[in-house]
Write a protein that binds this ligand. Structure first.
Ligand code: 4AD
Ligand code: MG
Length: 430
């Protein structure tokens, strides 16, 4: 019977066949121990010379690291470790004998691992990261669909910027004009809410950012969400609930993965709404108390975020940033026109910004003024301005960076490990 390792707890004493790759092989005379991975999990297959035919014994003894194999055997409980299963081999077939495998025999530096990303993905830690990533994606779709959101796909090729023109990837569009790779689908979702009310997108976005930090990728996956009749305050509540749902789903479904990653789950178990909140002004005074010389109306840098989040044991919202450091579409705070109704959500343990959102400017004249102030081409934003002419409503939204969330939940230092094939300033391969 063809089976997956992940179902072995239901198959004790039954004969099964698995197909996969040999992670390690160790032999002690008449017994060969093969650590086999089939995608769903890992199992030790034990082949005894006395119990298998000659062809199987030859296959077992000649299997190398990362050889592909088909193994048939009896599922057995591990003699010492509860919850762990073994396979007592009755037959083994070598599908392809791998050449000398370049990874895993010693510690490797990040550059070597990234050069070999196509192989590194097979490591248990990377298996675990990709499975957590998948769980976060599923949790996100699940939460939105439980809350009446519709998935709307934003375009990737766009005629203008969403998040500032300095980080735009420009491409030649049939020799006639320029097109830009999307930085965020937000503006398109703002159009779609007048059709479906609440919506989200999820896809790759691009930032030609010359930053070499542990939080920046050139291509990353963003989830944008937008909702009509939602104000700044409700917008933060939505983010709280979504993030709480994501973390709790990972905690229930990815225990084994978090164990492989040696992730301390205590701080994750604490991720329950309500999260902490500071205004930007309060955050600046806290930083001053801690000895920083940041200006009162400065944007927060990555180091400032790290300092702040280390003070808190749950995610932290920082709201109402100075107008000058934020995007053109954010609505100004009616109580203080020098600030906008926005929030950045910072993950604890020093991780920093994972999600950014705001209430949007819904007044035609004010929006036009902002577009001009930001020196953006008004023509390219005609369609966006139209949305303020035909039934404009209060609305808000936010976007999260999937890789930042994966890094935080998995407890990884750098986002480059969270995406299957990272794109960095100095890396386009493999
Ligand atoms: O804060 P950002 O730039 O916000 C927007 O793009 C809004 N239009 C979203 C919206 O309101 N719909 O980006 C959103 C998130 C950030 O909070 C961060 O998590 C992530 O995207 N992010 C990056 N992740 C990896 N590499 C980069 N270079 C990133 N830039 C932003
Ligand atoms: Mg941001």
């Amino acid at each position: 019977m063809d089976s997956l390792i992940s179902t072995f707890s239901n198959l004790v004493d039954q004969e099964v066949t698995i197909r996969g790759w040999v992670q390690h092989v160790r032999s002690s005379g008449s017994i060969v121990f093969l650590q086999v991975r089939d995608g769903s999990g890992f199992v030790q297959a034990v082949a005894s010379k006395a119990l298998v035919d000659e062809a199987s014994w030859t296959a077992a003894t000649s299997a190398t690291m990362e050889s592909s194999v088909e193994v048939t055997g009896l599922v057995a409980k591990h003699p010492k470790q509860p919850g762990v299963y073994e396979l007592q081999v009755t037959r083994i077939l070598l599908l392809q004998r791998a050449e000398e495998y370049p990874l895993g025999k010693k510690e490797h530096g990040p550059d070597f691992l990234l050069d070999n990303r196509h192989l590194w993905l097979r490591a248990p830690s990377q298996w675990a990261v990709q499975r957590v990533r998948d769980c976060i994606i599923r949790a996100t779709y699940e939460w939105f669909h439980q809350h009446d959101y519709v998935k709307i796909d934003s375009p990737i090729l766009t005629p203008s910027a969403c998040e500032g023109t300095t980080e735009l990837f420009e491409i030649d569009y049939f020799g006639e004009r320029s097109a830009y790779l999307s930085q965020s689908g937000q503006l398109y979702l703002e159009a779609a809410i007048a059709s479906v009310g609440r919506c989200f997108d999820f896809g790759p976005v691009f930032r030609a950012e010359k930053s070499k930090t542990r939080r920046h990728l050139i291509e990353f996956w963003m989830m944008d969400a937008e909702a009509a009749f939602v104000d700044h305050e409700q917008n933060m509540k939505i983010q709280e609930q979504l993030i709480e749902h994501i973390v709790s789903k990972v905690l229930t479904e990815c225990r084994a993965e978090l164990t492989i990653l040696e992730r301390d789950v205590k701080p994750l178990e604490n991720v329950k709404a309500p999260f902490y909140r500071l205004t930007h002004a309060e955050a600046i005074s806290k930083l001053h108390e801690l000895g920083s010389d940041i200006g009162d109306m400065d944007d927060l840098g990555a180091d400032d975020e790290t300092t702040l989040t280390k003070l808190y044991d749950k995610p932290l919202f920082i709201e109402k940033y100075p107008t000058a450091v934020k995007a053109f579409y954010m609505k100004r705070d009616p109580q203080d026109e020098t600030r906008v109704l926005n929030s950045d959500l910072l993950a604890p343990e020093g991780y920093g910004e994972i999600s950014g959102g705001s209430q949007r400017e819904d007044n035609y004249d004010k929006l036009l003024e902002r577009i001009r102030e930001h020196n953006l081409p008004v023509e390219a934003f005609r369609w966006y301005l139209d949305l303020r002419k035909y039934g404009s409503v209060t609305h808000s939204g936010f976007g999260y960076g999937l890789e930042r969330i994966v890094a935080w939940i998995c407890g990884l230092h750098h986002v480059r490990e969270t995406i299957p094939f990272p794109r960095l300033i100095n890396r386009l391969e493999p």
